[in-house]
Design a protein around this ligand. Sequence first.
Ligand code: ADP
Ligand code: MG
Length: 404
Amino acid sequence: MKYKNIQINQKIYYSTVLVAIALMLLGLFVGNPLLHHLGPGYITHGVLVFLFSICLLIYPIYKSHFLRIIIIIVASTYFYTIFYLYPNTWSNFIFLCFIPAISILFFDTKLFHLSLLLNTFSIILLFSYIAIVDRGELYPYIREDLIGNIINFLGSQAILYFIFYLSYGRLKKQQLYYEQIKHSERLKTTGQMAAAVAHEIRNPLTVVKGFLQLYEKDNTYNENSKRHFSLMINELNTAEQVISQFLSIAKPDKDTETELVNVKSVLQSVTDLLNTYGLLHDNKIVLSMVDDCYIAANIIEFKQLLINIIKNAIEASNVGDSVVVTAESKRQLVEIKVIDSGQGMSKEEMDSLGTPFYSLKSKGTGLGMMICFNIATKYKGTIDFDSIKGNGTTVTIRFPKVGV
Ligand code: ADP
Ligand code: MG
């Protein structure tokens, strides 16, 4: 997992990099024993200082994974080369131990593992060289206590590992927290929007319904017209109901009646209702229930949640496919799964679920999932998606179980 949201403070970054470059140049020009007889070793040192500096300077412009790998490789080559070129400067060994620390700055797990692996492999080569070829001539301080040095090296890698995972864990938590805040902000805005829209729509509906009720009683209209009026009134009632439910999201604190809901019977009635809808594309709903289970929720809202999710599953299914709905109690929870083998979703699409007006359908409203998430949160439930693009989706709905 990479943290795209972490922005490097450019000023701090460049100041640090300039200090590092200044130190590398000092090492190259001040008191350097190779300076007097410019040989291939000194030139290699110079080239590596140049390459490493360029990589560090261009990193904020081309923040790519590839450049990060290059930086780690150049840094490793640089530190191992100066260790090799200046055997008397024993403190260079410290840098070898801390090479993986560079990748900690990038907070990239793969890169950190790669860097740990690369460093361990390089140190094995180096110690083998000292033990077999050099035999302690140039590096007596390492040869004299080879085992001790190996243990210290492993210790330093373990410390780096802990530092990385502790800070990584903290960062991950912060990221999650940030996402949650973003989500709740989004819900707040939609709540206010919904309230305004619903309020504006409700008034004209009431007026139209009032007139229709009047006409329904008016004897100048024939029976056929009256039947139409009654149908219109029914439709308006449905619209009013939807608006009321929508308003309940806008005002989550408003008391809605929480009752004991029999999941089995609700699922049965919802599937009966949606089977007709599924017939349009020859989709069947297969319901499989293990036992009776109960949850505490508002029955209308719970139905609304299931209808939205099962409807989405039908709409995503290919002609003739079935949607499987299962329900079972698991410890303290009631777990309902809605499984389709339809079009599925990519990770980005799943992240957008719950965003108001997010819809990939030509006639979609993009409000269904937002309503579902709100209802689930209200009754301490959760909705999780597991989907593979082109393969299908499994929606898992969990609510706290209530014993009867
Ligand atoms: P709508 O159904 O009006 O488009 P929703 O909020 O219900 O709005 O769903 C938003 C989007 O999420 C859908 O347009 C669809 O792209 C995607 N989606 C939801 N459920 C599924 C599913 N089971 N399979 C594939 N895509 C889905
Ligand atoms: Mg929908």
